[in-house]
Design a protein around this ligand. Structure first.
Ligand code: PHE
Length: 341
């Protein structure tokens, strides 16, 4: 047994250490519960009784020496957890990777949309989320009894003073048209609120981007070309667009804008309900009455306007099937967008 003790002492002294991992290996080889010194203590039980005491002292001294070397190695390699003798430390775990934050997918998509229109000479304007009836409805030609004004569709903050949460970003356009002179090319992005039952396709708040262009002789053809440029820039040149006649109180004529379904390439999927087309925005020529409300002479100027849902565009761009994911802040969802530029 003397021989064994001496051999172990030599190993402890000569054990090569060149990294914190070696420090941990030293610990598990010699000091740990199932290490070499523990084995010696075990063997001690079978030693001849006369020698037991002397051998026990030698093994104890060896143990002290091993602990001493371990402590100084741990200090030398500056591994505070190696200095601890906890059995629970797992030195084989990979180090935590640095996690960088990223922009929220809706912010990314909004920026992409804004960039596309800025390229065409539009500039961004902002407006309040708490609006009055005039800017959200009246100036946009909504008749007094229009169903959108109903408390079932609109959140009223202060009904007595007609204060409400804006139901669309068209209200911001009205504010800007009131102070700017044509030619005007503006876009406004922001959060809007509607009384909706929360589901995969609807929420009581979401994000919109409205735009308008007012000048002499602005035509429907210009509207169509502007939107086609936008769709192709965001979704690629293979993407198709179509307009369907529609109705909005503030545009005449009005259209619903569809694009070929991006995730399925127009072949048909449950997102486009197997039609190959998805609606992405409303648009039209600004009603002369709206121009008048903003003190712009409809005899001289014409204009087009459009409004789109940012969530809808983001869902198509990234193949997202549930609107609620945008507001749940689930890190597993958000993390995926750090790779997109
Ligand atoms: N404001 C309309 C909506 O919220 C969208 C729209 C904007 C339609 C501009 C036509 C012109 O649905």
């Amino acid at each position: 047994m003397h021989e064994q003790i001496e051999k172990l002492r030599a190993e402890i002294e000569a054990y090569p250490v060149s990294s914190p991992l070696d420090v941990a290996a030293f610990r598990s080889q010699f000091i740990a519960k199932k290490g070499a010194i523990a084995e010696l203590f075990h063997a001690l039980r079978c030693a001849p009784p006369a020698e037991k005491q002397a051998l026990g002292a030698l093994v104890n001294a060896l143990k002290d020496r091993a602990l001493q070397r371990y402590k100084s190695l741990a200090e030398q390699w500056q591994t505070p957890s190696a200095a601890r003798t906890s059995e629970k430390e797992d030195w084989t775990l990979p180090p935590p990777t640095d996690t960088l934050g990223g922009l929220h997918p809706l912010t990314r998509v909004k920026n992409k949309i804004v960039e596309a229109f800025v390229q065409l000479g539009f500039h961004s304007v902002e407006g309040p989320e708490i609006e009055d009836d005039w800017h959200n409805f009246g100036a946009l030609n909504f008749p007094p009894n229009h169903p959108a004004r109903d408390v079932l569709d609109t959140f009223f903050v202060d009904p007595k003073h007609n204060k409400l949460l804006r139901t669309h970003t068209s209200s911001v356009q009205i504010r800007a048209l009131g102070v700017q002179k044509p030619p005007i090319r503006i876009i406004s992005a922001g959060r809007v609120y509607r009384r909706e039952v929360v589901s995969a396709r609807a929420n009581y708040f979401f994000h919109q981007l409205d735009g308008c262009y007012i000048h002499r002789d602005v035509s429907f053809a210009e509207l169509k070309q502007t939107l086609l440029y936008f769709v192709k820039r965001l979704f690629g040149t293979q993407c198709a667009m179509r307009l369907r006649p529609s109705y909005f109180p503030f545009t005449e004529p009005s259209a619903e804008v569809d694009m070929s379904c991006h995730p399925c390439g127009g072949r048909g999927c449950n997102l486009c309900k197997y039609t190959g087309w998805v609606e992405i925005m409303g648009a039209g020529m600004i009603d002369p009455a709206v121009l008048q409300h903003c003190h712009i002479d409809p005899e001289v100027y014409t204009g087009f306007a459009f409004g789109l849902g940012i969530e809808r565009i983001a869902m198509l761009l990234y193949g997202i099937r549930d609107l609620r994911l945008f507001v749940e802040n689930d890190i597993r969802f958000l993390k995926q967008f750090a790779i997109y530029s």
